[in-house]
Structures are given as structure tokens and as C-alpha cells.
Design a binder for this molecule. Structure first.
Ligand code: FDA
Length: 358
């Protein structure tokens, strides 16, 4: 590490990622970011992505970026998404088939998989933005879905902070219900277990899946949630009830309960278990086996750089695994790194181990 971890944390909190890049030095940051980020753009990331495919690990590529504040930036993000879909599709041609990764009990699974953020597709999702709402993201997301459908790729819509949840969910599900997308593309959404109303929210997603037959069932990526600090601080400042569990064990228990519910509906939706927590993952594997679900019926997902050994171990067990691969330049990459650093203290030991080269 170019700067001690504690200093990195406090600099990041106080000054943000741009200043941190300046302090830490571009070369040091680039070296560290390389563990987490697959490349600066799709062409740059393609070799890393193909290496994972070769090892039997599927990928989802995510474009890093800073907050979208104008329509022009939202257009640029849409164009970059389309460029990623095209570049990866071209790069996947003639790549040897990996049956466990490319088929499941519902049928064929696309090799090219892109994760997108609705807040990057419109400047109007930000708190305080004029005409706040996701409506202006719809045409851009529709265009991405069309390209994905035509290229036979998968689009996964990330979930953001709670104040965006309804907009992200309603936009995603309403577009996927449009007749032009009934036959594809394969698509999915993210569900956050740290919210105290997560069980009810999962019922909303399952209810939609029951009412909306599509050729490709909805994929639901179960995560704990990346905005814990934000949700707590915002609620406390506004005097609201805190919407997330404040006890780690309660959050972990909820994750296990939601895993059970998701796996009970593996005939209706595609369950994706995204966690680096060995207990959470072990619970999912046990639940999968207890239900007699085939190895391809559940997908395990990790973040590049944080879950690589876990991904390799799960793949060696014959389970379906996907690594989430961010793509972006140095400043965007640093912002992503800082978020991961601040996300939970369990990352400290990981980063220390890697910083000292072990
Ligand atoms: P671990 O078991 O260590 O859990 C850490 C999590 O616990 C924190 O992230 C937080 O949710 C929760 N937590 C922390 N302190 C707590 C406390 N005091 N009380 C209760 N709970 C507490 N996230 C997201 O919001 N939207 C997304 O779209 C995605 N996408 C995504 C894709 C993939 C492939 C992965 C692996 C992860 C994500 N995430 C995400 C991130 C995810 O929500 C989560 O932050 C990290 O995976 C860390 O959680 P683990 O289960 O891995 O670790």
C-alpha cells in the first residue's frame, strides 16, 4: 500500500478519492486497483475476463463512474455500456463452451453479462435533483436491453441506496415486462438483506415473477447491501427509524432466511448468492443440497479481488460461480476501492494481507 490503511480511510472520508489519488501517487493506486478492477475499458479488461472464463468462472462486468449529473453524462454511460456488450460479445466468439456456466435448469445462460446502475443512466435520481425520478433513465436502459437481447447477453441492474430502491425496481421490472422483451434478454435485479423489510420486498419480486412470464426467468442477486453507513446516518439525521439491521448477526440471519426463500423458488427465478461470508455461503450450499437442487440451479457470486480464492474453491466443488469485474479509470477505480474499504472492517485484514504481499 502506498499509504497506511488507517490514513487511507481517514483521507478518503475527509477528502474523497481524487485527493487520495494525489496523495498516494497514481502508480501505487494503479497497482492496488488492478487487484480489484479488470481494466480501464472493455478491451483492456477482456484478457482478465477471458482468463476467468477459461477457469470455468462466469463474469459480470460493471462500469465504474462518478455520480451522473447531466443528460450528456447519462448518454455517455449508456454508450459505454453498449460498447462493453459489443466488445465482450466479439471477444467471446469461438471461446470453448463451459456447460455449467452457460446452461441451467431454465435453459441457456449468456456468457456476456453486464451490471448497470440506474443512477448512472439519469441525472435525476440524485437527492435534490430537479424532477427527481428514474423516468429519464428508461429510454437509455431500454436501448441497453435491446442491444443485449440482440447480442444474446445478460443485463443485471445493481441496487443502490434505499431512497432509489423503488425507482430502480419499478423501472427495471416495468421495462422487462414490455412485450419487446418477453423473449429476452436474460436480466436480473439485486435484493438487499440488510433492510428490515427485505422479506416483504422479496415477495414483491417473486410476485412480479409469477405474474410476468418471460422466456428467461428473473435473476435475483441476494446481497447484504453496500450502503449501510449511508442508511444509518441519513435516518439518524432525519429522525427516521433506521431501515437496516444494526446488529451484524441479525443481518446474517436475515440473509440465510432470504436464501432459503429464494432457493424455495428456484423453479420461478434464478437465485444468485452474492457474499464473501463463508457462513452465508455455506448455508446456501447446505440449503441447495437439502432441497436436492442441481449444481447449476444456484449461482455463487463474488467481487473481483475480494472473493477470488472463494470463487476458485466453489468452482472446484462443481458449483456455478460468477465474479463481478469492475472496469474503470484510475479516479473511478479509486472511488470504488474507497467504498469497499469503508464497507466493513472485515476488509481490513484482507487488504493488509495483500498489501504485505501474502
Ligand atoms: P459480510 O458477511 O462481512 O457482510 C458485510 C455486510 O454486513 C455489509 O456490507 C453490510 O451490508 C452488513 N453490515 C455491516 N455492518 C452491519 C451492522 N452493524 N449491522 C447489520 N449489518 C451490517 N451491494 C449493493 O447494495 N448493491 C449491489 O448491487 C451489490 N452488488 C454486488 C454484487 C456482487 C457480486 C457482490 C459479491 C456484492 C455486491 N454488493 C452489492 C455488495 C454487498 O451488498 C456487500 O456489501 C458485500 O458483499 C459485503 O457483504 P458480505 O456478505 O460479502 O460480507
Amino acid at each position: 500500500l502506498p499509504v497506511p490503511l488507517g490514513l487511507a480511510r481517514s483521507l478518503a472520508r475527509r477528502h474523497g478519492s481524487r485527493t487520495l489519488v494525489g496523495v498516494a501517487g497514481a502508480a501505487g493506486v494503479r497497482a492496488m486497483a488492478g487487484r480489484f478492477i479488470a481494466g480501464e475499458d472493455a478491451a483492456d479488461a477482456l484478457p482478465a475476463v477471458r482468463r476467468l472464463w477459461k477457469d470455468g468462472i462466469a463474469t459480470s462486468v460493471d462500469l465504474l463512474g462518478e455520480a451522473t449529473v447531466s443528460e450528456a453524462e447519462a448518454d455517455a454511460y449508456r454508450d459505454r455500456c453498449i460498447e462493453v456488450l459489443r466488445t465482450l460479445s466479439a471477444g467471446s466468439a469461438r471461446f470453448p463452451a463451459r456447460p455449467l456456466l452457460e446452461h441451467d435448469q431454465h435453459g441457456e445462460l449468456p456468457r456476456v453479462n453486464l451490471s448497470v446502475k440506474v443512477s448512472a443512466l439519469t441525472p435525476h435520481l440524485r437527492a435534490g435533483a430537479p424532477g427527481r425520478g428514474a423516468a429519464s433513465a428508461a429510454p437509455r436502459l431500454r436501448e441497453i436491453l435491446r442491444v443485449a437481447r440482440d447480442l444474446h447477453a445478460h443485463v443485471h441492474v445493481d441496487m443502490e441506496s434505499l431512497d432509489h430502491r423503488e425507482a430502480v425496481r419499478d423501472l427495471t421490472l416495468s421495462l422487462l415486462a414490455e412485450p419487446e422483451f418477453a423473449a429476452g434478454p436474460s436480466a436480473g435485479i439485486v435484493h438487499q438483506a440488510y433492510l428490515t423489510d427485505a422479506a416483504a420486498e422479496l415477495e414483491v419480486l417473486l410476485g412480479w415473477a409469477r405474474r410476468t412470464p418471460r422466456a428467461q426467468p428473473l435473476s435475483i442477486r441476494l446481497v447484504k447491501g453496500a450502503y449501510w453507513d449511508h442508511e444509518v446516518v441519513e435516518a439518524q439525521q432525519a429522525g427516521w427509524t433506521v431501515p437496516v439491521f444494526t446488529d451484524r448477526r441479525a443481518c446474517d440471519r436475515e440473509y440465510e432466511r432470504l436464501t432459503d426463500t429464494l432457493l424455495d423458488h428456484a423453479d420461478l427465478v434464478r437465485p444468485l448468492i452474492a457474499s464473501h461470508n463463508l457462513r452465508s455461503v455455506a448455508h446456501a450450499i447446505a440449503a441447495q443440497r437439502a432441497r436436492g437442487l442441481e449444481p447449476d440451479a444456484v449461482e455463487y457470486q463474488v467481487l473481483r479481488g475480494l472473493g477470488d480464492p472463494l470463487a476458485a474453491a466453489l468452482a472446484a466443488e462443481g458449483l456455478r460461480v460468477r465474479t463481478y469485474c469492475p472496469i474503470g479509470d484510475l479516479v473511478a477505480g479509486m472511488a470504488y476501492l474507497v467504498r469497499r474499504l469503508l464497507e466493513n472492517t472485515a476488509n481490513d485484514s484482507f487488504l493488509r494481507a495483500h498489501a504485505s504481499g501474502t
